[in-house]
Write a protein that binds this ligand. Sequence first.
Ligand code: NI
Length: 236
Amino acid sequence: MTQKPNPLNSIKVNGPIPAHLARSVIEETLRSAILDGRIPCGTALRQQDLADLFGVSRMPVREALRQLEAQALLNVVAHKGAVVAPLVQGDAVETYALRILLESEALRLSIPLLENEDLEQAARYIDEMETEKNYTEIGRLNRLFHMSLYCKAPNQRLLRLVEDGLNEEERFLRFNLEAMGLGKLSQEDHRALLRAVENRDIEGSVKLLAHHLNRGVEVITRYLGSPEALNKKTSQ
Ligand code: NI
């Protein structure tokens, strides 16, 4: 039997971490290692291993893991503890159906309250996506663009759910955007959506958003069923 390399070996800790920063340093370090795939899906993270690695007690580790769980990056599994979540949790079609409901509502509530600065910021994110070549960065810009349109929705709990969905998508896009060839089409959707929002056309905007997210679910479903995705899954 060959021994699998320990994914935690990829994490470098620079010197002692001041106690008051421990939670956020651990959270940020693990977050980026999960997002860029150094700690693969299905990896169980043991509190004691992490406490040893970061040279801290288990308390900040536990708090950091709780934050990552809230961001849908970890699942707590009986007898295994915190396990890195799969790229798409459950059924992609159901996930997107729910996102369409939540994001449409956030958009509806936000449009009348958006200010010019919000719209200018949204336009800048689209421009940045246009020239950006790095898929990790494109995933981040996509999330920021969408959030900039929803940000004025007064319901904070709704916004948190919306952001969880976008975080999940961002993580998926990082690994698969190139293979899915979604780039150009998404940009046309983004521009059309922003135009409708600028015109304060609520129903038109919601329609365009649903169209955009449905395109996403189609591409992801097709991709997940493709031989390339299956190879990737088994090699992880
Ligand atoms: Ni998008």
